[in-house]
Design a protein around this ligand. Structure first.
Ligand code: GTP
Ligand code: MG
Length: 310
């Protein structure tokens, strides 16, 4: 069992009265004393239940899970943070699985992989499909083998979290944390966990279509920083393909029908030139990112050396 005193359990909540009590008690049974609930202004008894059990409760100043997590970490002064949803879908008894790679091993950020052991109806078909596609896209962009980047059960060092540039206020936060951690060269590990379904009397806060779109646009924006070639290149190649298709049509009409389409020919050239420019821009940005990464690794090494000497 890892040392509990270096860990703060962080629980973002919004109307989770049905489950918050058992989540907190679960962690107390496991020996955790520092439990911080960051509440989004629940209209049920979430806050009072948590307070009665001895947890620290803060009401967030803005709104959204992402904003809540960022605000909460500012209040934390332990070395490690264990983050979990308040909806009883994750098991406090599996805390050590997430903490061990952090406390004993080399990891900076540990993600609980829900797909390792998921109750059959824990995720709707739409959510499961969306999750899988999002993970696939993320792997494609980052070339890093992760399978559940949107998991809400994770552990990280407070230090490593503070280095991330996070701007997602809502459910984009998990994707952004993962992408940012990779961009900063942090060591991410995935461990298998159990994912249970929400109890009947509690309501999800996730809107699959709206939040799915937010998450996808977050991933695309992170790609701009981590893999600009994919970001600009994909749009560029789309432009080139569009231009070539229009060009083929113009050529066909000219050769076989004898009609010339000057305006379309100009549009086609525009798309092709614009596409090439974007791809070139992507290649150049990619070089800048690589150089920047090298410099940052050097700075990180120096920082670590200085830390050790102090
Ligand atoms: N502080 C705060 N917490 C929030 C907010 N929105 C959601 N949460 C909490 O964030 C956690 C995750 O939200 P869920 O609705 O469970 O989202 P999910 O796990 O992706 O979806 P489910 O599959 O339905 O469980 C829960 O503990 C929510 O209570 C918010 O605006 N502010
Ligand atoms: Mg949940």
């Amino acid at each position: 069992m890892s040392d509990r005193s270096s860990v703060c359990v962080l629980i973002p909540t919004l109307n989770e009265a049905a489950t918050i009590g058992s989540v907190i008690e679960g962690f107390q049974t496991e020996g955790f004393e520092s439990i911080l609930v960051i509440d989004g202004g629940s209209e049920d008894d979430t806050q009072s239940i948590a307070e009665d059990l001895g947890a620290t409760v803060i009401e967030q100043s803005g709104s959204g899970k992402g904003a809540a997590v960022v605000e909460a970490v500012e209040h934390i002064d332990t070395r490690h943070v264990l983050m979990i949803d308040g909806d009883g879908t994750y098991l406090p008894a599996q805390a050590d699985r997430l903490l061990e790679p952090l406390v004993d091993g080399p990891a900076d950020h540990v993600i609980g992989d829900r797909f390792a052991d998921m109750e059959p109806d824990a995720m709707s078909r739409l959510n499961r499909f969306g999750n899988r596609q999002i993970n696939r896209l993320f792997r494609l962009i980052h070339k890093h083998e992760l399978h559940d980047i949107l998991s809400g059960y994770r552990a990280f060092t407070t230090d490593s979290f503070e280095r991330l540039n996070l701007s997602s206020t809502g459910f984009g936060i998990e994707a952004e944390m993962t992408g940012e951690a990779l961009r900063h060269g942090q060591r991410i590990e995935e461990v298998p966990i159990t994912y249970k379904r929400r109890p009947d009397m509690s309501d999800t806060k996730l809107h699959p279509v709206r939040d799915g779109a937010v998450i996808l646009s977050t991933i695309y924006l992170i790609a701009r920083m981590n893999n600009p070639l994919a970001f600009f290149g994909s749009v560029g190649i789309l432009g080139i393909i569009t231009g070539v298709l229009i060009g083929l049509y113009v050529g066909y009409r000219w050769f076989f029908v004898g009609i010339s389409h000057e305006v379309l020919a100009v549009v086609s050239s525009f798309f092709i030139i614009f596409g090439f420019l974007l791809v070139m821009f992507g290649v150049l940005s990619d070089m800048i990112v690589s150089l920047h990464k090298e410099q940052r690794q050097r700075i990180d090494r120096l920082e670590n050396l200085l830390d050790r000497e102090e």
